[in-house]
Design a binder for this molecule. Structure first.
Ligand SMILES: NC(=O)c1ccc[n+]([C@@H]2O[C@H](COP(=O)([O-])OP(=O)(O)OC[C@H]3O[C@@H](n4cnc5c(N)ncnc54)[C@H](O)[C@@H]3O)[C@@H](O)[C@H]2O)c1
Length: 267
């Protein structure tokens, strides 16, 4: 049994991971600047604080084996907001984890770190999880930057850092696009559990996607660290939905984010 610190635990992904990680027998420290909607249960400890507060991070890291770093802004926003939340925030989390001797971290990168890669829909399984960044937005740039921070902290402190390029997260694939890029909660848990088992130092950039039939994603980088996704959006969502994809959604991996105005909140 491990003790995992989840930053951004009050968010959508954090809320979905919590019951699943508890059911897998792990203890959790929940860290967020707001209180989670779901009550804190046995096996969980809550620390309300910001990733910009080193003291709060230090308190949260006590007794922790692995960090699941989700805190941040999950969409396009102003440059200054994104740099503060996603880059400086990640630097702070990695810095405090290294100082506390917590050497395993899985951090939420995004498909938008490679969102401007033209989508090779006719050749499924061809875009490696660790493909060179080609971001589509300021958001994507900060996610690519997170990955560089992960690389540097792994090299300098002997940490095992997994940068997880999450796609369209949801309990169910809710759009035609998710047919290709769904990240199911159960598969994200499988990636977290693979990270808990890592013993060798290193940085790994991987797709945090389900095994979606027809997806352009090549999942082998994740398989090298023991991540074996099992869900498939096509078993849940009508495959005819793919025909409903707007043409502009097919041009780039990032879908319609590839063309949103830079620096403006998208939601
Ligand atoms: N949801 C998706 O489909 C998706 C896809 C790719 C990547 N991601 C990434 O996964 C992570 C989680 O996404 P989500 O959908 O759960 O987002 P969310 O907005 O629902 O949750 C983010 C949480 O981070 C917290 N947070 C923000 N700034 C903080 C700070 N300074 N200190 C402490 N907590 C802070 C927020 O309060 C919030 O609860 C994000 O980093 C996002 O970029 C999400």
């Amino acid at each position: 049994m491990a003790t995992l610190l989840i930053t951004g635990a009050a968010g959508r992904i954090g809320a979905a991971l919590r019951p699943r990680l508890l059911a897998a027998g792990h203890s959790l420290v929940l860290f967020d600047e707001r209180t989670p909607d779901d009550p804190v249960s046995g096996g969980e400890r809550l620390v309300v604080g910001s990733v910009h507060d080193p003291g709060a991070l230090d308190a949260a890291l006590i007794g922790v084996d692995t960090v699941v770093h989700l805190a941040g802004i999950p969409t396009e926003a102003t440059w200054d907001e994104l740099v503060a939340a996603n880059l400086t925030g990640t630097k702070n989390v990695l810095e405090r984890a290294a100082t506390a001797g917590v050497l395993r971290v899985v951090q939420a990168s995004s498909i938008h770190a490679v969102g401007r890669v033209p989508e090779p829909l006719e050749q499924p399984g061809t875009v490696p999880g660790d493909r060179l960044p080609r971001p589509d937005t300021y958001y994507g740039v900060t996610k690519a930057g997170m990955e560089l921070l992960g690389s540097m902290f792994a090299d300098r402190f002997g940490m095992s850092v997994v940068s997880a390029r999450i796609g369209a997260f949801g309990e169910q694939p809710s759009s035609a696009r998710a047919l290709l890029m769904w990240s199911s909660p159960d598969d994200l848990v499988r990636l977290v559990l693979a990270t808990v088992e890592l013993r060798e130092p290193g940085h790994h950039v991987v797709w945090a996607l389900s095994r979606n039939t027809g997806s352009p994603a090549d999942l082998t980088a994740g398989e090298r660290i023991g991540f074996e996704p099992r869900d498939d959006a096509s078993e849940v969502l009508d495959t005819d939905a793919r025909a409903a994809l707007p043409a502009e959604d097919l041009r780039y991996l990032g879908g319609d984010m590839a063309d949103v105005p830079l620096g403006r909140r998208t939601s």
